[in-house]
Design a protein around this ligand. Structure first.
Ligand code: ZN
Length: 385
């Protein structure tokens, strides 16, 4: 009996309410995963995350592999023990950061060669190596290495990257099975119950997405993610690709949309059958002074908030909104006080996690469509003036 199990509890239109069992606890879906890049969600502590009831966080393999290194983390008992977080963790494969951060990258059939953005050292990330690194980290959910291409690319390079990603996925799965069944003295596995997700690629081309689904589900993973979206394409295009791809994925497995998105994206993609999300947006925007509220983004540095006694979002129940005014948060931001980033991050994550809670509740009561309409009526993507 695997320690990884997904149970579909209810559906409402295309929206799904589920429960995902992992070695470090149960995740209620649809779920949003805060990003803890280097073993920490920037600007806040794990205690804040527990208060916010974050069910799972994400760690970035690329960063942890370079610093402090997966071997060191394995010797410290794995990522959960090392960072002192005993709820579920998902790690990405490192591929996305190789494509977006590394100072040099060369894609070869065996893997991605790159230079570290920290010290220029040369590395080769293969599907097997990305699997080994994540086995040492001991996340509850590991991702396969895939090739990311710009969504604006011509179709042929997108097709080639999709096919290579499928070949890499087969190698990553073979390595994962080898570690599970026979072990390898060179790899200290710190979480024997780790699951591995495959990733669907194919850019904005429906036929390529369909082919990627066929090739990836044929290999067989605990679950599947949709990658290569939310990389600058218009939201309608994201929704179209998700709406085309998600229904083709196995119904009894969670579906994870990587890197999405704005609060309205959560609603639109849940409506199309997505169960899991991650995005740096709530945390990154918080540090840049942008608070995401039920009516839209609020740019806290604006002079109009200098003497505004209201909380960031009068309807919000978070620690920040219950105690502090826009005027104070603006002052902290302008003065460069770290507490400003902390309070903004707490609010933004609360907004995301609370939105997911309300979505989960609505699906159970069959009122998801009404909640979705209500949300769109008040929320606007444009910062408030
Ligand atoms: Zn708040």
């Amino acid at each position: 009996m695997s320690s990884f199990q997904f149970t579909l509890l209810a559906t409402d239109g295309g929206a799904r309410r589920g429960e995902l069992r992992t070695p470090h606890g149960v995740i209620q879906t649809p779920a949003f995963m805060p990003v803890g890049t280097r073993g920490a969600v920037k600007a806040i502590t794990h205690r804040d995350l527990i208060d916010l009831d974050a069910q799972i966080i994400l760690g970035n393999t690329y960063h942890l592999y370079l610093k402090p290194g997966d071997d060191l983390i394995a010797r410290m008992g794995g990522l959960h023990a090392f960072i002192g977080w005993n709820r579920p963790i998902l790690t990405d494969s490192g591929g996305y950061q190789v494509f977006s951060l590394a100072s040099m990258r060369k894609i070869r059939e065996d893997g991605a060669e790159f230079r570290s953005h920290l010290d220029g050292s040369l590395h080769l990330l293969t599907p097997e190596k990305a699997t080994d690194i994540q086995a040492r980290l001991g996340s509850d959910i590991a991702m396969v290495l895939d090739e990311c291409v710009a969504s604006t690319s011509e179709k042929e390079p997108v097709r080639e990257a999709m096919l290579r990603s499928a070949r890499w996925a087969a190698r990553a799965r073979a390595r994962w099975c080898q570690l599970r069944d026979h072990g390898d003295p060179a790899v200290r596995v710190t979480n024997p119950g780790q699951a591995q997700f495959g990733i669907i690629q194919g850019g904005v081309h429906p036929d390529l997405r369909t082919e990627s689904v066929q090739r990836t589900t044929e290999i067989g993973f605990e679950a599947y993610a949709i990658g290569g979206l939310s990389v600058g394409e218009p939201p309608e295009v994201t929704y179209e690709v998700v709406g085309h791809t998600a229904p083709q994925l196995p119904e009894d497995r969670p579906r994870y949309l990587m890197g999405a998105g704005m609060p309205d994206d959560l609603f639109e993609c849940v409506a199309r059958g997505i169960d899991m999300f991650d995005c740096v947006l709530p945390t990154r925007n918080a540090r840049n002074g942008q608070l995401l509220t039920s009516t839209g983004p609020l740019v806290i540095k604006n002079a109009r908030y200098a003497e505004d006694p209201l909380p960031p979002d009068p309807g919000c129940g978070c620690y920040t909104c219950r105690h502090f005014s826009r005027a104070y948060l603006r002052h902290l931001y302008i003065a460069g006080e770290m507490t400003g980033a902390t309070l903004a991050t707490i609010h933004n994550l609360y907004f995301y996690l609370d939105t997911m809670r309300r979505i989960r509740e609505a699906i159970v009561f069959g009122s998801f469509e009404r909640l979705r309409q209500e949300f769109h009526q008040t929320f606007s993507r444009r910062p408030q003036q």
